[in-house]
Design a protein around this ligand. Structure first.
Ligand SMILES: *Cc1c(COP(=O)(O)O)cnc(C)c1O
Length: 290
């Protein structure tokens, strides 16, 4: 506690980052503790720099330009203040290396709960960051989330595509989507099964408001690097097949694969977006308070 109070007095982390002022002054005791754990945690800037450097080294090792891989920070369970803190550190690093922040020209942060997206999009209004939904979406939540996110990475059924397109059309907006593919074959995983992926992808041309940008997968969670790499290769193989078959008017540019535990391996296997949470923000706390 003493250490925390010391840092609070200075208002700065060792990296020179100021915490988000409005959020701090408005916060109650619990929220302040939450903020200290996230945005103002003393090791946040160094974690962000470390991940950034690891992405760079993985690109170099794969003979790929640094700008060919987007680092998508996954902010679920972490505060809006943490998002802004990570965004600021990444801004300084990306500018130095001229790496574009994301497809929309501004940095997106990955989330997977609709309620959290609703809350955070209000908290982040006026800030130059956006949200991406990277997890499963139930059709009864489509109306709540459409219009709040700038990218949806977990499209995995025709029914969902139709419902989403109808809502987007009513709002007069379009949405960048990736098709989530279950490359591990695990029953518990979301995503369209490999065997049905091409058929689903073909049908997405029917929807005017869906901008189909590529594929996404969550690899098997295994210490066996070969098993994980096999998932990445399956996704890349599907991309090649979609291109060869000229499915839709898309080159299927995006391969979103790789998380904190396996993003370097994913880059070696062709990832264009890596979704990194824990390694940037620290551990997630799913509990209700402490
Ligand atoms: C939470 C999540 C991540 C990030 O996981 P970490 O292991 O914390 O990096 C990536 N992708 C999806 C789909 C997630 O839900």
């Amino acid at each position: 506690m003493a250490m925390i109070e010391d840092s609070a007095a200075s208002g700065e982390t060792p990296g020179g980052l100021r915490a988000d002022e409005p959020a701090r002054t408005a916060a109650g005791a619990d929220e302040v503790r939450q903020l200290w754990r996230g945005a103002v945690g003393t090791d946040l800037p160094s974690r962000v720099r470390d991940v950034w450097d690891r992405v760079g080294r993985a690109c170099a090792a794969a003979g790929r330009p640094r700008s060919s891989v987007r680092l998508l920070p996954v902010s679920k369970t972490h505060s809006a203040a943490s998002i802004l803190a990570v965004d600021r550190v990444l801004d300084t690093l990306a500018t130095r290396e001229e790496v574009p922040a994301g497809p929309a020209g501004r940095r997106l942060f990955g989330e997977n709960h609709v309620q959290e997206i609703v809350a955070k999009s209000a908290q982040l209004a006026g800030h130059d960051v956006g949200l991406a939904l990277i997890g499963h979406l139930q059709s009864n939540k489509v109306n709540a989330v459409a219009g709040l996110v700038e990218e949806f990475q977990a499209l995995d059924s025709l029914k969902l595509a139709a419902k989403l397109d109808r809502r987007l059309s009513a709002l007069g907006v379009s949405l960048r989507v990736l098709v989530e593919v279950n490359t591990s074959g695990e029953q518990a995983k979301h995503g369209v099964p490999m065997a049905e992926a091409t058929a689903l992808c073909r049908r997405l041309g029917d929807f005017d408001c869906l901008e189909v940008a590529g594929l996404m997968t969550v690899a098997v969670n295994s210490p066996d690097r070969h098993a994980v790499a096999a998932c990445f290769d399956r996704l890349a193989g599907l991309q090649t097949q979609l291109r060869d078959d000229a499915v839709l008017d898309s080159s299927w540019p995006e391969l979103s694969m790789g998380m904190s535990g396996d993003f370097e391996l994913a880059i070696a296997h062709g990832a264009t977006t890596v979704r990194v949470g824990t390694a940037l923000f620290g551990p997630r706390d799913y509990g209700q308070g402490d």
